[in-house]
Design a protein around this ligand. Structure first.
Ligand SMILES: O=C(O)c1cc(=O)[nH]c(=O)n1[C@@H]1O[C@H](COP(=O)(O)O)[C@@H](O)[C@H]1O
Length: 277
């Protein structure tokens, strides 16, 4: 999927919502635990209920690999299910990988060939040769960590060198030409709104994947105001707020309600820019 196709989907769905499938076996409704495939059944119900309100799903690999073989199976079945039933959805493997070249090649093979994801989150700190194997796949995306939503972003990413350049700024400057803005986007936490202007100064055209609204306290309206570019250029992720809106038998309806609430705010942002009517 190109950036332009993503933008078209955003306009058609009136949403730039990415739903995070951070499916935690300890948090899903208890009645699902008697199912043969509780994680997959949960994901399927959530996806069927929310697909109208979002343009992307992000599967956080940690939640699946922590369950061993069963988790990997649930991951594969979920990806296949979404691909088959909702082919317009952009599918992100949130794996935060990156290693020396031949190892990154294996990671890329895993997420782009073994699983048919559109994009994978990658850590930039081992440099270009750790990222380039992911970029060898035409039509697939790297989503590079730039400025993360957590407190620990202050430990390294927000520290400055002698010239006053912050580490996340260096990451953006160095990596922005590794691929076109059709193949690479950046992770920027919703909680780091003070830096959106600077980020847009450095990478005006790239899509940003923005987690951290809802459970982590980021403000969706501020994100919509400050991070957007002239082709929308943002995907805002929400995971727990949607997935665990209710633990009743009707959990998927509560999830749909939360997703629609977020989508309505996004609709207003898109309307303001004249991209939708
Ligand atoms: O790369 C990410 O997706 C990510 C980066 C970041 O800086 N902060 C962050 O929260 N995330 C992920 O985004 C999701 C946020 O989940 P909620 O806080 O439940 O909406 C989790 O899957 C995190 O791993």
């Amino acid at each position: 999927m190109t950036a332009n196709q993503l933008f078209k989907n955003i306009c058609r769905k009136k949403s730039f919502l990415c739903i995070g499938l951070d499916t935690d076996i300890k948090k899903i409704p208890k009645h699902l635990l008697s199912e043969k495939k509780p994680i997959f059944e949960f994901n399927k119900a959530i996806v069927d209920a929310t697909a109208d309100f979002c343009v992307a799903y992000k599967l956080n690999i940690a939640f699946y690999e922590s369950l061993g073989v069963e988790g990997w199976q649930a991951l594969e079945e979920t990806v296949d299910y979404i691909r088959h039933h909702y082919p317009d959805q952009f599918l992100i493997a949130d794996a935060k990988r990156g290693d020396i070249g031949n190892t990154s090649e294996m990671y890329a093979h895993t997420f782009f060939e073994q699983f048919n994801f559109d994009a994978v989150t990658v850590a930039p700190y081992m440099g270009e040769d750790s990222v380039s194997p992911f970029l060898k796949y035409p039509d697939k995306w790297v989503i590079l960590l730039a400025l993360t939503s957590n407190k620990g972003a202050f430990d390294f990413q927000l520290t400055e060198d002698a010239n006053g350049e912050k580490l996340f700024e260096k990451v953006l400057h160095r990596s922005m030409n590794w691929a076109t803005s059709d193949r690479m986007m950046y992770v920027v936490g919703a909680t780091k709104e003070a830096y959106f202007e600077k980020i847009r100064e450095i990478v005006p055209n790239h899509f940003l994947l923005i987690p951290g609204v809802g459970a982590q306290g980021g403000d969706l309206e501020k994100v919509g105001e400050l991070a957007i570019n002239d082709q929308c250029g943002i995907l805002v992720n929400s995971s727990r707020q949607i997935l665990y809106a209710s633990d009743s038998n009707l959990f998927y309806k509560a999830a749909a309600f939360e997703a629609q609430k977020i989508q309505q705010v996004m609709y207003a942002v898109l309307l303001k820019h004249g991209w939708v009517s």
